[in-house]
Design a protein around this ligand. Sequence first.
Ligand SMILES: Nc1nc2c(ncn2[C@@H]2O[C@H](COP(=O)(O)OP(=O)(O)OP(=O)(O)O)[C@@H](O)[C@H]2O)c(=O)[nH]1
Length: 368
Amino acid sequence: MALFSKLKDRLFKSSSKLEEGLDAIVEDGGEVDTTPAAPSPAPEPVPQATTPEAPAPTKAPPPPEPTPEPPEPAKGLLGRLFKKADDTPIIRRTLDDDMLEQLEELLIASDMGVDTALRVTANMAEGRFGKKLSTEEIKQLLAQEVARVMEPVARPMPIYPKRPQVVLVVGVNGSGKTTTIGKLASQFRAAGKKVVIAAGDTFRAAAVEQLQVWGDRAGVPVLTAPEGSDPASLAFDAMTRAQEDGADLLMIDTAGRLQNRADLMEELAKIVRVIRKKDESAPHNTLLVLDATTGQNALRQVETFRAISDVSGLVMTKLDGTAKGGVLVALADKFGLPIHAIGVGEQIDDLAPFDPEDFAAALTGLKT
Ligand SMILES: Nc1nc2c(ncn2[C@@H]2O[C@H](COP(=O)(O)OP(=O)(O)OP(=O)(O)O)[C@@H](O)[C@H]2O)c(=O)[nH]1
């Protein structure tokens, strides 16, 4: 399945934002490259001294531009379109301090966060100061750097021989926990695993109903308890049932009321205490579900949930249709927590494994 093109299509907002910004930066102070064969972006082997003052003579005052003749009008609309694609002049700009600063600002505006943006741009610039770069070449460098940051965190959710493997799912209300549990359950079931879901957000009847809908879609039983009852007691019953049924996986949904952090912390701790009566090593995974559209707020959510639970990995939802995809780079750079999967839509199969190179290309709008 062409998952990559799906991701690419759906990350359009992030990539178009970056793309527009990069075009503007290169055009601002760049000049049309009249040399016929464009030099390749070339990873520079030149090990540049890290001191900033090293390479220097960057400013070659642009000679009066020999603006290339606009392409002769081609016949017909199609002809004109193709002509434009072929003959669009390539603009290059010399990489200097000003340009670097603009790149940093663009990446910060793309939700990468200040530290990550600075690190990424510094790596992009290394050995390339004073070189002329086109937008496409910058995209390639950026994609390379993003992929490098993301590579260590791109890990599927580990599966252990323990049965049932208990997966506690945490995250704020609306982040996509229910949907993600449904999608994961469907994938595990398709892989031949026996799955049980526990609707641990017992405070909201609507949340339980939603989970039942997803359980039906995935063909997986959902254990529920009366509204307002103790989630830990439900978790205990679900654990018993999962053990009796010989289930491979027990996925426990939890409430996401961060407004009352102390209560939520106690509630999660109690669920953990109770399931450990049945299996000391449980929960085996604690998945934090984050909504990509919240941008930098996702960083704060990781900090908060790490303080109240033993987060072992992340699932990032709603990457489709957001211009804030860059936050994943900041998350990877800052916390190094594994990103197990990404949500790219509301349908049951809209959960993809996290692939750093595909993501980097989709985020930067790099043509592959
Ligand atoms: N576009 C898009 N929407 C998503 C994705 N994941 C979840 N959603 C939508 O986000 C909304 C909230 O998702 P839920 O799964 O109900 O979130 P929750 O964290 O369980 O929320 P509560 O039940 O309120 O705790 C729903 O409308 C979902 O359809 C995704 O990857 N892409």
